[in-house]
Design a binder for this molecule. Structure first.
Ligand SMILES: Nc1ncnc2c1ncn2[C@@H]1O[C@H](COP(=O)(O)OP(=O)(O)OP(=O)(O)O)[C@@H](O)[C@H]1O
Length: 378
């Protein structure tokens, strides 16, 4: 399918600070892309380059195959929704919706028809004559969205539109915006640093770090198959244990200390990495992915099998409970494994100081071999 939006090798700087570094992406018609990443990684700058508010130092932005790179925002078929709403405070809802249409020289009758449509679509009909300063945050953001949709853009740009709203309204609006855009077949790029928001709203994620896209793909692809340790961490696998890695007889050997008893793993990627000089391995996992059992229990095969069917179908690590909290539904345990503290959720409460066995089934954790610079150079 031809791309509606094509960003080609874009770099941008503020003065001497390079903020985008060779960013490329493609988005098909009706696609919903979230630019995701920590504060300062360059998401908003990329959105502004797409909208024409910032000129890139290198690269091109194409919409429907047309080069937009040197066009100002008003000449692009885009509309932006800002975090701050950016509504005219002295105008009514109707006045705000009409503003952009008048600027575009649209006739009065057509403006009225278009606005009635938008008011109905966003369930703002009964607020048309109200001044926008007398609206709630959620209503204001709906007006801002309506104003952007009224000009029928080819591409809608959303700059953290939900971040000023309270948590409950944010959850509702996520679904409302996604289903509205899908119904209208609108193509959109959405900036957020909220992983869950990006995952539930967008079809595609571009996870950014330091001015580059580190992984691009469907939410499930980034969640289940993170390309590297950074992506895994951002996608919620924030627990990390580092163990030794070696290769022996064509098998990868991991661990070899009290926290991680030595064991073989038949994994071609690990064997290759170990052969290429990786000596350490980061094991990343989510708090919900591991199960705890008391060390005494886990030593008996029956107890281990009760923890997970097929005791060999995963990894066992040894740790000590440092702290227990109850965020709701499950107990959250801070567990010390080989000097590293990780968080593990379990329906059962394990007391502080208790020695535990931590079981992680295969598929529930991610392995990232570390190749240090010396072995890489060799
Ligand atoms: N107008 C500006 N002048 C100078 N530096 C800027 C300007 N705007 C942003 N920056 C810097 O550029 C970098 C990227 O900023 P950008 O706003 O694109 O990040 P972001 O990922 O959208 O962050 P956030 O989630 O906090 O909005 C940051 O280091 C920021 O401080």
């Amino acid at each position: 399918m031809a791309s509606l939006l094509s960003v080609q090798n874009v770099s941008a700087s503020y003065g001497r600070q390079r903020v985008l570094d060779g960013v490329s992406l493609e988005l098909p018609e009706s696609g919903f892309l979230a630019l995701l990443g920590r504060s300062g990684c360059g998401k908003t700058t990329l959105l502004r380059v797409i909208g024409g508010f910032i000129a890139p130092a290198h690269g091109r932005v194409l919409i429907d195959g047309q080069d937009m790179t040197s066009l100002p925002p008003e000449k692009r078929p885009t509309a932006m929704v800002f975090q701050s709403y950016a509504l005219w405070p002295h105008m009514t809802v109707h006045g705000n919706l009409a503003y952009g249409l008048r600027l575009r020289g649209m006739g009065k009758a057509e403006i009225t028809r278009r606005i009635d449509e938008i008011l109905a679509l966003l369930q703002l009909d009964n607020l048309a004559d109200r001044n926008v300063t007398a609206l709630s945050g959620g209503q204001r953001q709906r007006v801002a969205l309506g104003r952007a949709l009224a000009v029928a853009p080819r591409l809608l740009l959303l700059d953290e539109p939900l971040s000023n709203l309270d948590a409950r309204i944010r959850l509702d609006l996520r679904h409302e915006i996604r289903s509205l855009l899908k119904r209208l077949g609108i193509t959109a790029v959405h900036v957020t640093h909220d992983r869950e928001e990006a995952m539930v709203m967008a079809d595609q994620l571009a996870l950014m770090n330091d001015g580059q896209i580190v992984q691009f793909g469907a939410p499930a692809a980034l969640y289940d198959h993170p390309a590297n340790s950074f992506v895994a961490d951002f996608m919620g696998a924030s627990n990390v244990i580092t163990v030794d890695l070696a290769v022996s007889g064509g098998m990868a050997m991991i661990g070899g200390d009290d926290a991680c008893p030595r064991r073989e793993i038949a994994d071609a990627t690990l064997v290759r990495a170990a052969s290429q000089g990786a000596r350490r391995l980061d094991i990343r996992f989510r708090s919900v992915s591991a199960r705890l059992s008391e060390c005494g229990d886990a030593k008996t095969p029956a107890a281990a099998a009760a923890v997970a069917p097929g005791a060999n179908a995963g990894l066992h690590l040894n740790g000590t409970i440092e702290q227990v909290t109850y965020p709701g539904d499950v107990y959250r345990h801070a567990v010390n494994i080989g000097g590293r503290s990780v968080l593990i959720d379990d329906a059962k409460r394990f007391e502080e100081g208790c020695k535990v066995s931590v079981f992680m089934p295969f598929g529930a954790f991610h392995l990232f071999p570390r190749i240090d610079e010396q072995s890489r150079a060799a």
